[in-house]
Ligand binder design. Structure first.
Ligand code: NAD
Length: 368
């Protein structure tokens, strides 16, 4: 097993989670460098985590520290350009979500990834708990049966002050509201569990917050395997919860948590007559590790050690981004959107605001 040289770029809120989770990877990673444009924050972060290499420029960090992996913990609008710079310098990228602000931006990665051996991966830490791997392997199998009905709710609460950070709640910096910034984790897990989506019908509105984006969206989704789901993304919900429920022919799978889960947060209910088969199948899975950043880091190192493509790599991150684009496109055109429909030339390929359509629709319906 190799020990990977890791750098963190952007030393704000989520960077602390990355640093503490790196410390839980059994010495498979060494945090060798950090970068932030804010000198005081960089120094405080460097002191706290004992980081030797401290840079205010990503270009200098890449040239001098030569990390194997760069974690991008910067605001959303910076991810894609920084990812391309890292890939071109030969460093693997683990980017915080969202991976890009638009499909057009995301597709700029292709060339950079094709040039060398470096790969892109997006932080979607909920895919990496043991229970989600167990659910994924059992959905559609003989004991649980095929998935029929699902729901996926990200019901979070963000007060007005949350939007004081200048990049929050804007199309330009964040690419959207709770669909792009918050619910994306939960529906990424739904897509991971159910496979390719086929068609989305959605609404989005600004109910209460003084942002320029939506603060609520809801979608009806049809999956390729025939399952139908609802997906709700809200920042207006005082009793916060993140829930997924999948009803298969012979078992209901439920996950209820907030920002991360352990196995105890999952409930399995068998249909009458299927109790033994369902509980036996679930109990037969490895069910120790919960979700979280360190679980994704370890899966990444396993893939690199084995020479495999990175988990949550560019292809699957793009599918999740395309799903977000489809929610916006459907909500702001009033039309259903099919997978593969948002291509160059489509208004929502270049941005989640659909060339100003979102802004106009939200302005005409806003209650905030
Ligand atoms: N995976 C999760 O559960 C999770 C949770 C929270 C936030 N996030 C994501 O993490 C990212 C960062 O969020 P945050 O809350 O930590 O933001 P933050 O504002 O607290 O931190 C961002 C940092 O990036 C620095 N920065 C800005 N421009 C830079 C540049 N050009 N080079 C280097 N550093 C630069 C800022 O000075 C700041 O310190 C966002 O994309 C957010 O959506 C993910």
């Amino acid at each position: 097993m190799q020990t990977y040289r890791v750098a963190i770029v952007g030393t704000g809120g989520i960077a602390a989670v990355h640093a503490s989770n790196l410390a839980r990877t059994d010495n498979r990673a060494e945090l060798v460098a950090a970068c932030d444009v804010a000198e005081a924050r960089l120094q405080a972060f460097g002191d706290e985590h004992g980081i030797v290499g401290r840079y205010q420029s990503l270009t200098e960090l890449l040239a001098e520290a030569k990390p194997d992996i760069v974690h991008l913990c910067t605001p959303p609008m910076m991810h894609i350009d920084q990812a391309i710079e890292c890939l071109e310098a030969g460093a693997h990228v683990l980017s915080e979500k969202p991976p890009a602000l638009s499909l057009a931006d995301f597709d700029r990665l292709n060339e950079a990834q094709a040039k060398g051996g470096a790969q892109f991966s997006c932080v979607f830490q909920h895919r990496f708990g043991d229970a989600s791997a167990a659910a994924r392997s059992l959905i559609g199998g003989s004991e649980f049966g095929r998935p029929l009905v699902a729901r996926c709710d990200t019901l979070w609460y963000r007060p007005d002050e949350y939007f004081d950070l200048p990049w929050r709640g804007t199309w330009k910096a964040e690419g959207g509201g709770p669909t792009m910034g918050h619910g994306i984790h939960q529906f990424d897990l739904l897509l991971h569990l159910l496979g390719p989506w086929e068609e989305v019908n959605a609404i989005a509105s600004r109910q209460a917050r003084a942002t320029s984006t939506e603060d609520f969206s809801a979608a009806l989704v049809r999956f390729e395997n025939g399952a139908a789901a609802t997906v709700i993304n809200s920042l207006l919900s005082p009793r916060e919860t993140s829930d997924i429920r999948v009803d298969c022919e012979f078992a209901t799978i439920e996950l209820s948590h907030l920002y991360g889960y352990g196995t105890k947060d999952w409930t399995i209910t068998a249909a009458p007559g299927h109790e033994d088969a369902v509980s036996g199948a679930w109990a037969g899975q490895p069910l120790e590790r919960g979700s979280g950043h360190s679980a994704q880091f370890l899966a990444m190192y396993d893939a690199l050690d084995a020479g495999r493509p990175l988990p949550a790599g560019a292809d699957s991150a793009r599918q999740t981004l395309e799903f977000a684009a489809a929610i916006y496109a459907s909500a702001f055109t009033g039309q259903p959107v099919r997978r593969g429909q948002i291509v160059p030339g489509h208004a929502f390929y270049e941005g989640m605001d659909g060339d100003g359509r979102g802004t106009r629709v939200l302005a005409s319906t806003a209650r905030a």
